[in-house]
Structures are given as C-alpha cells and as structure tokens.
Design a protein around this ligand. Structure first.
Ligand SMILES: O=C(O)[C@@H](O)[C@@H](O)[C@H](O)[C@H](O)CO
Ligand SMILES: [Mg+2]
Length: 402
C-alpha cells in the first residue's frame, strides 16, 4: 500500500482551518487537522514544501515509523508548527488504518473505556450577573460542567467573554486587537463570581475557570486559595508554564485542582509538571502535540501519577481534531473531561461528522475511521481570511500575556 497524493485544504467557514488529506493507491483517504490559530499559513508551507514530498510513495500503514521519520528526520525538534504538521499526518494515517480495518478509531486504540465523554461548555458575560445567567443556560442545556469567565469592570475586553451566545472566537481581526488586563481588579472580582454561582446553583455542577497565563505564581496561589470554598473542577493556565517549576509555589499553597497544557507541543513541556505531580489535568490535545501517536504517550505517562486528561477543544481546533480527540477520550483510561466550544453551523457544514451532543456528553459514532470528513466544494467557497489572536496590555501600556 502506498501514499499516492496528499494536499492541504485551507478554508474559512467563519474561521480559518488547515486540513491535510492523504490519498492512497487503494482508494482510501484520511483527513488530519493542522490548524495553528493566527499562524495558519506557516503550517501550510511546512506541509506543502517540506512534508508532502517526502510522504509520496510511503506505506501509510507504518504510522509509528512515519511519525519518527518526521520528528527525528527534521533534526529541528518540537515547536508548534512542526508538531501540528506531524499531527495532521498522524491523524490522517490513523483515519486510513481504521477505515481499512472497518472500525471506528477508538477500537484500534484499545476499545471503549466509557459510554460517552463528559464535556464542559463556555459560559461568559460582561459582568457577574450576565455570567451567572449564562451558566444557567448551560445547565438548562444539560451540561454537567461549565467554564465561567466574566468581564471585569474597568478592564477592556477581559479574556474569555464571548461575542455570541455559544461561540467564543478570540481571533477577530486582520491585525491583533489590543485588550487590557488588571490583576488587582481580577483578584477582587473573580472569586465573587464563583461565590455567586455556588449561591445560585449549588454544588452539583462542575465549575471551571481559565486564568489564561495572566498571574504570577504568587498571585496564582492567592487566586487558587480564594477559590477553594467554591470547589472548582479546575483552575487552568493560572500562570505561564514555560518554567515548569513555577507550579511548585502554586501547588504548595492551594488545593484547587490545576490544569495546564493547551499550548504544549510535546511531552517535554509537561514532563516535570507530571512527574512532580504539580498539576491534576493535562490539556494537550491531538493537533497540539504531534497527533494520537504522541498524545497517548503523554496520557500514559500522566496516568502513572493519577493525572487525568482534559483535551483542549476551542473552536480553533477543527471538527477533525474534535472527532479524533473524542475517539481518544472514549479509549483513554485516565480520562478527565473534554472541552467543547461549539463550532458554527457554517463550520459544521464544511466538516460533516458523526459525533453528537446529548445531556452534557459527546459520543462518537461507529463510522470507520475518526468519523469526520471535509466537503471540499463547500470548503472552496470560504477563502482564507487573516485573523489574529488579540494582545493584552496593562493600564500603563506594558505588554502582558494575552
Ligand atoms: O481554554 C481555552 O479554550 C482557551 O484558552 C482558548 O480559547 C485559547 O485562547 C484559544 O484556543 C487560542 O487559540
Ligand atoms: Mg485555556
């Protein structure tokens, strides 16, 4: 069996997606996601100029060998661009293998570990009152777990406040929008949100919050402590994680569970956090870290330390990543939760898929492969549109972490 052709499809049904399609000499094809929000075309070039020429003629059944070839063979290891390109190839090859076997992908990974996958949705509002209402709407839709983010009075466009009801889409302009940040105001306001949420809805639902890399380790520890009475499912990205040791201080001072990893691209970004048990959930997902082949190594390593998975699932990860992640979630023994930011109808039309939501859970279907396809004709009607993530500045103009 041979890879006969491979091509990259760029489409913007409301937001940009980069998709790799690999075709074999046996008529079976596979699809992989290669989207890197705000830097999409760099992965297109990596695939078209450097990866696809080396794939033609290779045996698509040799998933592991091709992974090693692309990882070791580049010499320049890791990084978001390289690892997303590898992920796209890897997921397309798993798709092909599962289609050839006539099985849904989770069967090849080891079969079902659960009936369905608990997801969390994104509730947000301009202030506490609006956010409390938004959480109520998610509860009414059946969600068991809800992330709550609020606008902060006096802070311009604080992180995580959606523009639509169900969609939160931060990549909003052809050049980065400028937003504001104020840690003092956030530390004063965010705990009040969770106090109000628990007063209003009780303690039956899981609540989550994303710090989006804004706090120093000491401030993060303080926030974690203040949130303890409200029993969060997790506090995410509460401080930047380039320095994995930074989490020691946070961990030492709070029992609020910690999640991190959506911007990690290999096990090396998480190794110290995992083996020192500094986190509770690892957020890395399929497209972020070299595909299923690498992600399951991270998950197995995390399992040794009772750390569970919580795959990133924002709208910048295409339905192809969502489909592959759901097969992974259906199998992985140390599953924690799956993020589920709903795609727009336009996006769902371009990527027909067989996963579905009911009562707070997502379930995969039994279509052979990962169950997500791309309608190329429709995709061609939505040309690429430059869109960047915002940047953030403090009140005095200092650049901060968005
Ligand atoms: O937890 C999350 O989903 C976020 O942190 C994302 O919204 C993140 O900002 C985007 O994926 C960036 O592309
Ligand atoms: Mg996040």
């Amino acid at each position: 069996m041979k890879i006969q052709a491979a091509r990259v499809i760029v489409t913007c049904p409301g937001r940009n997606f980069v998709t790799l399609k690999i075709e074999t000499d046996q008529g079976v094809y596979g699809i992989g996601d290669a989207t890197l929000n705000g830097r999409e075309l760099s992965v297109v070039s990596y695939l078209e100029d450097h990866v696809i020429p080396a794939l033609i003629g290779k045996d698509p059944q040799r998933i592991e060998d091709i992974w090693q070839y692309l990882y070791r063979g580049a010499y320049w290891r890791r990084g978001p661009v390289t690892m997303r390109a590898i992920a796209a190839v890897d997921v397309a090859l798993w798709d092909i293998k599962a289609k050839m076997a006539g099985m849904p992908l989770y069967q090849l990974l080891g079969g079902r570990s659960r009936d369905h996958v608990m997801v969390y949705g994104h509730a947000s509002g301009g202030d506490i009152a609006e956010t409390v209402d938004a959480v109520g709407q998610y509860i009414d839709m059946g969600y068991k777990a809800i992330r709550a983010q609020t606008g902060i009075p006096g802070v311009k466009d604080a992180y995580g406040v959606g523009r639509g009801k169900l969609h939160y889409e931060p990549a909003d302009a052809a050049l980065p929008s400028e937003t504001g940040w104020n840690t003092r105001k956030a530390l004063n306001y965010v705990p009040k949100l969770f106090e109000k949420l628990r007063d209003t809805y009780g303690f039956d639902h899981h609540l989550l919050h994303d710090g989006h890399h804004r706090y120093t380790p000491q401030e993060a520890a303080n926030l974690g402590r203040m949130l303890e009475p409200y029993q969060l499912f997790w506090l995410e990205d509460v401080t930047p994680a380039e320095n994995q040791e930074a989490f020691k201080l946070v961990r030492h001072h709070t029992v609020t569970p910690l999640a991190v990893g959506e911007i990690f691209n290999s096990i090396w970004d998480a190794k110290d956090l995992i083996q020192n048990q500094l986190i509770d959930y690892i957020r890395t997902t399929v497209v972020g870290a070299g595909g299923l082949t690498h992600l399951r190594r991270i998950a197995d390593f995390a399992a040794l330390y009772q750390i569970r998975t919580g795959c990133h699932g924002a709208t910048d990860l295409s339905p192809v990543t969502m489909g592959a992640a759901l097969h992974f979630d259906t199998w992985v023994p140390n599953f924690g939760i799956q993020e589920y930011m709903r795609h727009s109808d336009e996006t769902d039309d371009v990527f027909p898929h067989d996963y579905s939501f009911a009562d707070g859970y997502l379930s995969v279907g039994d279509t052979p492969g990962h169950g997500v396809d791309i309608d190329e004709e429709l995709a061609a009607k939505h040309p690429y549109k430059p869109a960047y993530l915002p940047v953030a500045r403090l009140a005095d103009g200092t650049m901060w972490n968005w």
